[in-house]
Design a protein around this ligand. Structure first.
Ligand SMILES: C[S@@+](CC[C@H](N)C(=O)[O-])C[C@H]1O[C@@H](n2cnc3c(N)ncnc32)[C@H](O)[C@@H]1O
Length: 299
């Protein structure tokens, strides 16, 4: 833990999130993906007298955020659950919910987790115990099943070729590590210049599949929209076009009712200086929706 503490996640679009949530005395927020607590800390920095319900499916994230948010004492309530259960732990209306999707930096850098193809780790990629096993999938699924996952969740155009290579390599010896998988994917690619590492899309697809990330987002968004009080907001930062699409469609459908109004017609993205300072922010897209204030609705 001690060396991992030095690797702290840098919250993305943090000023925008704080402006949208507008923390004021007595307000209650849900940080549905607390990670290292960066967005929660920024909310407290704007106004100390708020309460936060902090959720993360990864037990390690809960341990870390408890440490980073320690000085706020019982103003933070922690729940090591999947955000699809948001309605189980939020039993009253709140003023805002933030979802900052994807991975926290400590997860990427943890050699035991297998999220990064740049490290030699077991083929895990689970954010919690409920995740499906990538190792089992890679070593037992049919070429079509593998190709479908790579194409559907990673948009990998060489999915069939990679899947065939995986199957022929696993016949020699089971594929147990991230570095072996990354090498197999690289070898399946035609040689030449690649803007990103050839294994990037494969790893992203397997992670999204193993953790059912898109399904969980589909389930959690309508629940989050129901727990905000009039005047409250739901803010989502996504890092993948499929996630952004789910948010866009759900928010547009919800805003058809007079009860909700879209705050962002187009997604907010980080500016050049944020991207230069924090490369992980480069694909971020923020969308927000507000539950209309009932007093205004009536007028
Ligand atoms: C990008 S990080 C959040 C970083 C955080 N905003 C910060 O500033 O430190 C995403 C976090 O969401 C968590 N997460 C992803 N999917 C989740 C889900 N379905 N339920 C709960 N937590 C989830 C991950 O475990 C990870 O810790």
């Amino acid at each position: 833990m001690s060396t991992m503490v030095e690797i702290k996640h840098r919250p993305v679009l943090v000023d925008k999130v704080v402006d949208l949530m507008n923390p004021e005395c007595g307000k209650v927020f849900v940080d549905a993906t607390v990670g290292d607590g960066g967005h929660s800390l920024a909310l407290f920095e704007r106004c100390e007298d708020i309460r936060i319900i902090a959720i993360d499916r990864d037990p390690e994230a809960i341990k870390r955020s408890k440490m980073f948010l320690e000085s706020y004492g019982d103003r933070v309530e922690f729940h090591n659950i999947n955000f699809i259960e948001i309605d189980r732990v939020v039993s009253y209306f709140v003023d805002g919910v933030i979802f900052d999707l994807g991975l926290s930096t400590f997860q990427i850098f943890d050699d035991k987790r297998g999220f990064s193809f740049g490290r030699n780790s077991p083929l895990d990629m689970g954010m919690d115990e409920g995740a499906m096993s990538v190792e089992h999938f890679i070593n037992s699924a049919s070429p079509d099943e593998i190709a479908d996952v790579l194409y559907q969740y990673g948009g990998e155009r060489k999915s069939r070729r990679i899947a065939r290579r995986i199957v022929s390599e696993r016949e020699k010896e089971p594929i147990m590590t991230t570095s072996r998988l990354a090498t197999i994917v690289k070898c399946a690619y035609p040689p030449g210049y690649h803007r990103i590492h050839p294994a990037t899309r494969t790893f992203q697809a397997l992670r999204i599949w193993a953790n059912s990330e898109l399904n969980h987002l589909r389930v959690a968004l309508p629940k989050a929209l129901r727990v905000i009080r009039p005047g409250g907001v739901v803010v989502v930062i996504s890092y993948h076009s499929l996630e952004d699409r789910i948010v866009k469609v759900e928010f547009a459908r919800t805003a058809e009712s007079a009860e909700y109004e879209l705050i962002t017609r187009k997604p907010i993205t980080p500016d050049r200086s944020e991207i230069l300072n924090n490369r992980s922010s480069r694909s971020a897209k923020l969308r927000a929706i507000k539950r209309s204030d009932s007093r205004k609705r009536g007028s």
